[in-house]
Design a protein. Sequence first.
Length: 658
Amino acid sequence: MGRDSRLDATACGAQVRRLTKQVGIQLAIRHPLHMKGPSNPSVRSEAEQAMIQASWQRCVAKHQLSRDAARPIMRLLTSEVVPRRQSFVDRLSGNLSEIQWLSDMSRRAGHYAVVADDECVLVMRDLGQNAGSDFEQAGIVDGGCWTEQIAATNGVAMALRHRRTMTVTGADHYYALLSRFMCTATPIFDHDDQPIGAINVSAFDRGDMRDRSFAEHILRMATSRIQARLFHERFADHVRTQVLSSQGGLIDEAWNTLLAVDSDGVIRGATQAAARELGLDSALPLVGRKLDAVVGTTIDRLVGTRGQPLEVEGGSRPVTLTTVLPKPRKLALYPTVTPRETGQSRTGRITLADLEGFAEDQRALIRRTRELYRMGLPLLITGATGTGKRALVEALHFDAELGQSPLIMIDATDLGAASDALRVSHCLEHARAFGQAGADLPTATLYLKDPGAMPEAVQYQIARFLADLEAGELGDPSGPRLRVIASMNGLQEQRLLPELRSHVAGDIVRLTPLSQRSDLAMLIKRMQCRVDSRGRMISAPAMESLTKHDWPGNFRELKLVLRRASLVSAGSEIGLHDLPDRLFTALPPSTARIESRNTETERAWLEDALASTNWNMSAAARRCGISRATMHRRVTALAITRPSDGRRSVLGSRKAPH
């Protein structure tokens, strides 16, 4: 069998069978111990063990192959490999970025990657690395035929046969020639879940299962990215959503858990990975079904999320949907959704306008931050608790032009277990995938929340990743494909490692506490308009009390105080009695002061209580801490009368007409 033998897959199998018959198959049969499968069964499942054993049995009884064949792997001519390679590249849409990434990763680990088409013919080898003589002699080169009929038990054939990642260790190989190698292969699926080939990572079998774990991990990542990219390209005019369940696998290996939905809410595309996340055995039942029948939500609500995660019920378990919207020209075909219709109101999110306020120095700060963020400069946002650090990050990220971008957050409060490094690595690989994505996908943001509170090992891990990012190993060097932003309390700055600080502090943004803002009154009015659906004004005494408060919780505290006041107030405006007790600073809080000679103060106090309760005498008395009889007596004595535009007319207008 010469290296340049002109054979297709069928002819290869026929010739091998003829040659092995001449040698005889008794050698394989005389070594029944070789039929026991892997040398270390504890590292693979019973199903994998059974697959290996079944393959050996076929090699002996069906294919009649000899274990000691000197050069069993046949090769096609170059003229035959070239059209196969071109066909394979065409099915990848001409994009080899994921394979290049895999080649780089495997090469660093001393492994060797090859790519086979759907007929198990190697059409591409490690990009940037020449095969050594050992790999050449074993037939792990371009044009090698790795069907089971020819190459016996091997990773490529088994991965395509069983449609799953398979590792064949040295002892698992049927041919003695291959016993020095460990091969891990994963099939590549297109948008329609049809196999278009397989990627195989080979290495000398050192008996170290970390080699297998590494190879399986990077292969699953690369192939899931390939399918996700092909899916997004095929359904670019549809709404696409990633499906992740709480019981799902690693996030960085689940890029291809995708559904494509048309403007009528009908699922037009689905992957096998998405079906597994939804507890199904096949993706076929999903295509053609209405979205609400599968995940319990509508296309209107999905579009309304604008890329934000949405938790829904998917079959028998909750799932999280992350949506990618089509381009505006196609998005116009989908229903226009308001926050009220989706049930996912965004009025509670603080915007850039809220944070910049009305003071010129703050407006200049926010404008500068926005421009630096858009240009891809890493930002470090510091400030006291509640000053809006996370709100600023989200406001920057969900800005109008970046509304579909994914936000990848690593939060120090979520860390603390022994698996910190692994969890962080998943998020970083998540970010790496977007860093290497094409320009047609939205630009992601890696958000580090409280990095100074993270363990030092995690800080070093993130610093190494960011060093690679800055070295130009990720994405297009002509423009950032991944934005990096961190936020932390000013007290944590001293705990941030210098190695990490140098990567995240491209510019330091220090947010001013609310109590030091010169435009506090205007900020209070704007926040009130956002949290009060009735749009009521704030009375002068209440505003005085609000502006005199020191606001240790900053924006967060202000938002909660105003929301509480809006809920408890029954009047036509927000009064002092609608505020929490700790904010009663402008008027006397006790009955004794009410009974004092300060008539004007007492009048203002009682009128505020009556207005905030829609002139409910009993409720107003309770708010003032006096009896109803005392309240009635004091109102009469001070000649306080109900205004003609009282709250009763407002309440009446809310009643359903008879």
